[in-house]
Design a protein around this ligand. Structure first.
Ligand code: PXP
Length: 237
C-alpha cells in the first residue's frame, strides 16, 4: 500500500488569518498520525504566510512518522533544513504571488545550481525529493543529481477539464512514474489529489507516497481530521 503524507499548511493558514495561537498545525499533525498517516508535510515559505519556523522546529520533535519539509532551494532554507533535519526535504519552486506551488521545479534547466543544495542536504543526512512535472527530462536530471525521490506534480491531471485531457495527463504520470522507478528513484505524487481522482492514481503502482493537503484539510474542517485521514487511507488501500 502506498504511504499517505498529510500536508498541514492549511491549518496554519487559518491560524495566521487571525495571528492567533490556534489552530495549531502541530496538533493537526498529531491527529493525522493517530488516524494512520505515514508522514507529515509542511512548506516553510520565504514569506512565512502559513507555516512558521516554530512549527517546523516543534514538528521535528513531535512527528513520530516522517517529517517532509517542502522548501525553495535557497541558502536560507538550506540552513534551516540542516539545523532542523527533516527526514526528507522536497525542493519546490516558489513565487511570492502564487496561491500555491504552481509548477514543478525546472530541474533540467537548473541542474547545476541545484547540485550544491542536494549535496548540502545529503551532507546533513536529509533525503532529497524534487517536485517536478512528469517529464522525462526532469526525471533524468533528478537521477543525475542523485536525488532520492521525485514528487510528480499531479496538478495538470487533477485540474483537467475534459475526460480526454485527464486521460492524457494520466498517461503522462504513468510514463513518468515508470521511468523514475526504472532509474531507481522513489516516486511520490502530489498536488490536487482528492477523494475522487485518487481512484485513478492508485492504479499507478509505482507511486510509493501521496502528499495531500487541500482535500484532506477541507474535509477535516467538516468531519474531523481522524475521519478525513481514515477515509483517504481506505481509498488508497
Ligand atoms: N506537494 C507539493 C510539492 C505541494 O507544494 C503541495 C501544495 O502545498 C502539495 C503536494 C499538496 O497539494 P494539495 O494541497 O493540492 O493537496
Amino acid at each position: 500500500m502506498p504511504r499517505l503524507a498529510i500536508n498541514v499548511d492549511h491549518v496554519a493558514t487559518v491560524r495566521q488569518a487571525r495571528l492567533a495561537p490556534e489552530p495549531d498545525p502541530v496538533a493537526a499533525a498529531m491527529f493525522a498520525e493517530l488516524a494512520g498517516a505515514h508522514g507529515i508535510v509542511v512548506h516553510l515559505r520565504e514569506d512565512r504566510r502559513h507555516i512558521q519556523d516554530r512549527d517546523v522546529a516543534v514538528l521535528r520533535k513531535t512527528v513520530k512518522t516522517k517529517l517532509n519539509l517542502e522548501m525553495a532551494a535557497t541558502a536560507e532554507m538550506v540552513e534551516i533544513a540542516r539545523k532542523i533535519k527533516p527526514d526528507v526535504a522536497t525542493l519546490v519552486p516558489e513565487k511570492r504571488q502564487e496561491l500555491t506551488t504552481e509548477g514543478g521545479l525546472d530541474v533540467a534547466v537548473f541542474e547545476s545550481s541545484l547540485q550544491g543544495t542536494v549535496e548540502a542536504l545529503h551532507g546533513s543526512g536529509i533525503a532529497v525529493s524534487l517536485f517536478i512535472d512528469p517529464d522525462a527530462k526532469h526525471i533524468k536530471a533528478a537521477r543525475r543529481l542523485e536525488a532520492d525521490y521525485v514528487e510528480l506534480h499531479t496538478g495538470a491531471f487533477a485540474e483537467a477539464k475534459s475526460f480526454a485531457d485527464r486521460q492524457e495527463q494520466f498517461e503522462r504520470l504513468v510514463t513518468a512514474a515508470r521511468l523514475a522507478k526504472k532509474l531507481e528513484l522513489g516516486v511520490h505524487a502530489g498536488h490536487g489529489v482528492d477523494y475522487l481522482n485518487i481512484l485513478w492514481l492508485k492504479n499507478i503502482t509505482e507511486i510509493e507516497e501521496y502528499s495531500i493537503g487541500h482535500s484532506i484539510i477541507a474535509r477535516a474542517v467538516l468531519v474531523g481530521m481522524d475521519r478525513a485521514v481514515r477515509e483517504m487511507l481506505q481509498l488508497i488501500g
